[in-house]
Design a protein around this ligand. Structure first.
Ligand SMILES: [Zn+2]
Ligand SMILES: [Zn+2]
Length: 354
């Protein structure tokens, strides 16, 4: 746990309170020009008032909230300033002060109470009209997109002294986000497919049946570095990218491991109902081929195109699997990539050394 910043030397200087002095000089012509004085008498009175030093007493609030918060700045400032003004239209002289805070993750609702009429008024740190909290969503999104986890975010907010989201809420938001991401990924791939198809038709790249044919890049990766000779990663990913658009056309993931299944296996019980991410029982090396073959076999239903040429590493196993398992595999041609030719050269050297 990190030490609290509040305990660092010099931090007591941060607190600004007590008397604020506001001096407005009457000699500033632009200040006077802003007002439309009906006669000289009013103008003289204005100058007489402005010659006096104006002091505003700021009373120290006894009930204070501690730490920091994230706020939707425009919404919050406007509303918090209006709250007192609006209240004083009905209750002259009543002063609002904070009486409590209700938190739902990073979304806070502050309750103010009037010292004269006891009325309670509340205001949130973000627009409550939005059904889902943007701040909570953004915090989870930011955590995941920087490759971090709940524990990282909890530590991060703890150092900032911001009361944070519970683990339960974090995972709930994460599930909601995964649905949003899935939808937008699908939409983006669909759009890329249309772009590729249009370009192929314009180029006249069609097969005998008139199906547009396109060139794609293929690549895969594993959760653990393989260096081309030891494949034992628990998960693998592979992608198909259109050469013309440079955009993603297909993406697949293969997982050999699911923590819930593994825990149940350990205690010799049936696993409870859960979203299982285990979808692969074969070897880690075969993950990439399997995803690529699936992508090729879905090219017609997904994008109404054939992936007739592909650029990938020199590893011949993927090409062999395409020829063997893709419905139009016999028509597919491989284009060598210089970068991968070099990689394979070093791979061959490694084999000779062994
Ligand atoms: Zn009041
Ligand atoms: Zn499972």
């Amino acid at each position: 746990m990190s030490p609290s910043l509040q305990s660092l030397p010099g931090s007591d200087n941060w607190e600004v309170e007590s008397t604020t002095e506001l001096i407005i000089s009457p000699s500033r012509s632009e200040t006077i020009d802003e007002y439309d004085f009906a006669d000289q008498k009013l103008f003289d009175e204005y100058n007489r008032i402005m010659e006096n030093k104006l002091e505003v007493e700021v009373e120290k609030d006894m009930e204070k909230l501690s730490g920091c918060r994230i706020v939707e700045i425009d919404y919050f400032l406007k509303n918090v300033m209006n709250l007192q003004i609006r209240h004083n239209k009905r209750c002259t002289g009543g002063r609002l002060s904070i009486s409590g805070e209700n938190r739902c993750g990073l979304r806070s609702t502050y309750v103010f109470k009037c010292n004269v009429c006891d009325k309670e008024l509340s205001i949130s740190n973000e627009d409550p009209k939005k059904s889902t909290s943007i701040i909570n969503r953004a915090a989870v999104w930011a955590t995941l997109s920087t490759g971090s986890t709940y524990t990282h975010s909890a530590e991060f907010f703890s150092i900032l002294d911001i009361p944070t989201i519970s683990a339960n809420m974090f995972y709930q938001v994460q599930r909601e986000l995964s649905e949003v991401w899935k939808d937008s990924l699908w939409y983006s791939m669909k759009e890329a497919g249309e772009e590729e198809k249009r370009a192929a038709l314009e180029r006249g790249d069609i097969d005998v049946a008139g199906v547009p044919c396109i060139t794609v890049y293929l690549d895969g990766g594993w959760s653990k570095r393989s260096y081309g000779h030891t494949y034992n990663a628990a998960s693998g990913v592979a992608v198909i990218i259109g050469k013309h658009s440079g955009r993603l056309l297909f993406l697949g993931v293969r997982n050999k491991y699911c923590s819930i299944c593994a825990r149940s296996e350990n205690v010799g019980q049936d696993s409870p109902q859960h979203v299982c991410f285990k979808n692969w029982a074969g070897s880690s090396a075969a993950m990439e081929q399997d995803i690529i073959v699936e992508g090729f076999n879905n090219s017609l239903t997904m994008h109404e195109v054939k992936y007739s040429k592909f650029i990938a590493d020199g590893d011949s196993s993927v090409y062999a699997k395409i020829k063997e398992k893709v419905t139009y595999g016999s028509e597919v041609v491989k284009v060598e990539c210089m970068n991968h030719v070099l990689k394979n050269y070093s791979k061959s050297l490694y084999k000779i050394k062994k």
